[in-house]
Design a protein around this ligand. Structure first.
Ligand code: PYC
Length: 325
């Protein structure tokens, strides 16, 4: 049931069927859980996320990892809202962990809810572990989201990465934590394996050292010149599960805008056109919150790709997914 309800299965049991709707947002997949997953407990979205991590993590793996999923899928569990004005709560997760917020995923959820007849044009509010976010379905089918406030934590942070050398970058928060850097490598699909290796080496080094006062960086974003004439920059984003984002990354675009604002390069209201490694694009801009916060807005499009019932056969040795390498 999309809008929640009482737990229907005990922890560590796997339901025999979970219904999902898949979409992609600018190339990056989202799998919305429609039915069959027991609701987590908790009065806040963070408590619900903690409960999922403690008691239902096997379902995260079963739903997004092989053989029923793949490493690029971001799952979205819809819960009842925690704020009376919200339509629903959402907990996002990937092949490795849970996400505070997910920009492409929120656009996918909105498109999925429209597909289910649960949402029409106009602004709607959702609760996430990172905070309350807003989304609007536009007349042309695109979706504009208003993220939680972003902030730049530190600029020009150097990291000495074994095998790569010294890299320099900014640390910013956009619903997830990003280290935003530039590398002398082409941002092309043919170079994804090399980019993945380099960004994973940066993430591993950051994990080992107390970089930027120990900011909990879990995404590495490489920024470079755009390929498209209608973009300002192109990126490659390594996500917290070790997979790269096919979209321009909504939380990453939010973090980049905060870093550029801190450098005096992006005034409020000016568009930032972010191209992804796959050539797709988000258009973002910042507005000022009531207390001067940097409020990111991101526009992009999602498309439904399938409606499916995932089956979990008790005799299946891979009922709970294959362990990632
Ligand atoms: O769009 O924010 C995003 C995102 C995070 C991880 C994958 N996509």
């Amino acid at each position: 049931m999309l809008d929640g309800g009482a737990p229907t299965a005990s922890a560590f049991a796997c339901p025999t069927a979970i219904r999902v709707i898949d979409s992609h947002t600018e190339g990056e997949p989202t799998r919305v859980i429609v039915d069959g997953w027991p609701q987590p407990s908790g009065a806040t979205m963070q408590e619900r996320c903690d409960d999922l991590r403690r008691n239902y993590d096997h379902l995260r793996r079963a739903v997004v990892c092989e053989p029923r999923g793949h490493s690029a899928i971001v799952g979205a569990l819809i819960t009842p809202p925690v704020n009376p004005d919200s339509l629903a709560g959402i907990v996002f997760f990937n092949n490795g962990t849970y996400l505070g917020m997910c920009g492409h995923g929120l656009i996918g959820v909105v498109r999925t809810m429209k597909h289910l007849g649960r949402l029409s044009a106009g602004s709607v509010q959702f609760d996430t572990p990172a905070g309350t976010v807003f989304a609007e379905l536009n007349d042309d089918g695109s979706v504009t989201i208003q993220n939680i406030p972003a902030r730049c934590h530190a600029i020009d942070v150097t990291v000495d990465v074994p095998g790569i050398g010294r890299v320099e970058g900014d640390v910013a928060y956009g619903g997830n934590w990003f280290y935003i850097t530039h590398l002398a490598m082409p941002l092309e699909m043919s170079n994804v394996a090399e980019l993945t290796r380099a960004t994973q080496a940066i993430q591993d080094t950051i994990d080992e050292q107390r970089v930027a006062d120990g900011a909990p960086i879990d995404h590495i974003e490489v920024s470079g010149p755009p390929t498209r004439a209608d973009a300002d920059a192109k990126n490659f984003v390594l996500c917290s599960g070790g997979e790269y984002d096919r979209s321009p990354c909504g939380t990453g675009t939010s973090a980049v805008m905060a870093a550029r604002h801190a450098r005096g390069l992006l005034p409020f209201g000016q568009e930032w056109r972010q191209e992804s490694i796959t050539g797709s694009r988000f258009v973002g801009w910042l507005t000022s919150g009531a207390n001067g916060e940097l409020v990111p807005h991101i526009r992009g499009s999602a498309f439904i790709t399938s409606e499916a019932t995932l089956r979990f056969d008790r005799a299946d040795p891979f009922q709970l997914g294959i362990d990632p390498p």
